[in-house]
Write a protein that binds this ligand. Structure first.
Ligand SMILES: Cc1ncc(COP(=O)(O)O)c(C=O)c1O
Length: 396
């Protein structure tokens, strides 16, 4: 059969989902990069979870321990991993610290990071480098249209032991092509450590394609989850490593509460040994799971396409005001960093907030990060407020 000719592949678009959140009409919340609002369904799940602690006689160990596996499994589905490869952590910092405590590093070697990378993925490496006489290199791309991937590929060399980066730079949304950087790192025998806090849930990602050694994501941004919860993927060949905590639940046979004092040298299989203490957080896990179920239901590829359309339209209107942003794919589709010809006025975020528009200022760019709750009225509100703040009237 001859191939069917398709003129235009229709973009999968998700209609506005504002009704699933509790966002007043006069709030334009364009700040998912800071913290997502919680889904109404997740709030309900959280309420029920908190109330369950008022009646602990109804909380059986099997019941509350089950939350660990459920949360792990849902996140694994989101990233194309096996459930057993995912650990539960309280923060991105914890996951990075786990990687830093386990990866080999010798004097004279280098750890490659991005310039202006989030500090949680910098400080552990600076400490490790100082301890062994290695060096942390911060890679940047020249100019506003600089290509971070090209800069990383140029920086990876025979000295590189670890490439510890974020896929989407938290200040301006600059995007790294992880498959290419991963290939280059592996070719040099270097480990790949990823912080996906600013994109997990908003950009498609598959561990089998990128093959990171460690990958972490905090849940309170694009995973629409609670604060103090995160996931750490640990590649199978690192799963015999040393956890930050020696949790009793991470040990072999810990399901049998009657035999916990038969101390075990062995661990539970997979990445469970890297779990934080009290990983079966039956207060936060139900919130996390409700959010992950909704993300899986929407589908990350469709979320990605929808948000890319939204930020593209904002970028075009911003350009008419003289505000620049990098084009895709140099920036991530869900994440817009606007730069101002004379720098972002310091008081701009607070002036916009007074007008009900919530964005954030990081480094030299104004982050505009909408999500599926965003509608056209929010975007109009943004441009009215921006126009007023910049003295352009309502022209935008
Ligand atoms: C890229 C990135 N990683 C991590 C975090 C949060 O780190 P942690 O979960 O350790 O507080 C943030 C918060 O802004 C971030 O932007």
């Amino acid at each position: 059969m001859p191939a069917r000719h398709i003129d235009r592949v229709p973009e999968p678009m998700i209609p506005c989902q504002r009704n699933l959140f509790d966002i007043p009409r006069d709030v334009a919340y364009l700040n998912c990069a800071y913290m997502s609002p919680m889904l109404n369904a997740a709030v309900e799940a959280g309420r029920a979870a908190v109330e369950s602690k008022a009646r602990p006689w109804l909380l059986t160990p099997a019941g509350f321990l089950g939350w660990r596996g459920r949360a792990r499994g849902l996140f694994a589905r989101l990233i194309g991993a096996e459930t057993r490869d995912v650990a539960l952590v309280p923060a991105a910092s914890y996951g990075i610290a786990t990687a830093a405590a386990n990866l080999p590093l010798a004097a004279g070697q280098t750890i490659i990071t991005l310039a202006d990378q989030f500090p949680a993925n910098v400080y552990p490496w600076r400490r490790r480098a100082a301890e062994v006489g290695a060096e942390v290199i911060a890679v940047d791309a020249a100019g506003p249209d600089g290509d971070l991937t090209a800069a990383l590929l140029a920086a990876i060399d025979a000295r590189t032991a670890i490439v510890a980066i974020e896929r989407v730079r938290w200040t301006d949304g600059a995007l790294v092509d992880l498959a290419r950087v991963g290939d280059a790192a592996r070719a040099r025998g270097a480990a790949l450590v990823l912080d996906l806090t600013q994109c997990a849930g908003a950009l498609s990602f598959d561990v089998t394609e990128v093959r990171p050694d460690y990958m972490v994501a905090a849940t309170y941004k694009w995973l629409l989850g609670p604060y103090s919860m995160g996931f750490l993927y640990v590649a199978p060949h690192h799963q015999n490593g040393r956890p930050l905590e020696e949790t009793w639940l991470g040990r072999a046979g810990s399901e049998d509460f009657s035999r916990l004092v038969d101390y075990q040298d062995g661990y539970q299989p997979g990445a469970i040994r890297f779990d934080m203490g009290e990983a079966s957080n039956f207060q936060l896990a139900p919130i996390t799971c409700a959010a992950l179920e909704q993300l899986l239901d929407w589908g990350v590829a469709d979320i990605q396409a929808t948000l890319a359309g939204r930020t593209r339209a904002i970028a075009e209107r911003a350009a008419a005001l003289g505000l620049a942003s990098a084009p895709e794919p140099l920036r991530a589709g869900h994440f817009l960093g606007l730069s101002f010809p004379d720098g972002v006025p310091d008081d701009l975020p607070s002036r916009l907030a007074e007008a009900g528009v919530h964005v954030s200022l990081r480094g030299r760019s104004l982050r505009v990060t909408p999500h599926l709750w965003t509608d056209d009225a929010d975007v109009d509100r943004l441009f009215e407020a921006l126009g007023a703040a910049l003295g352009h009237g309502n022209r935008a």
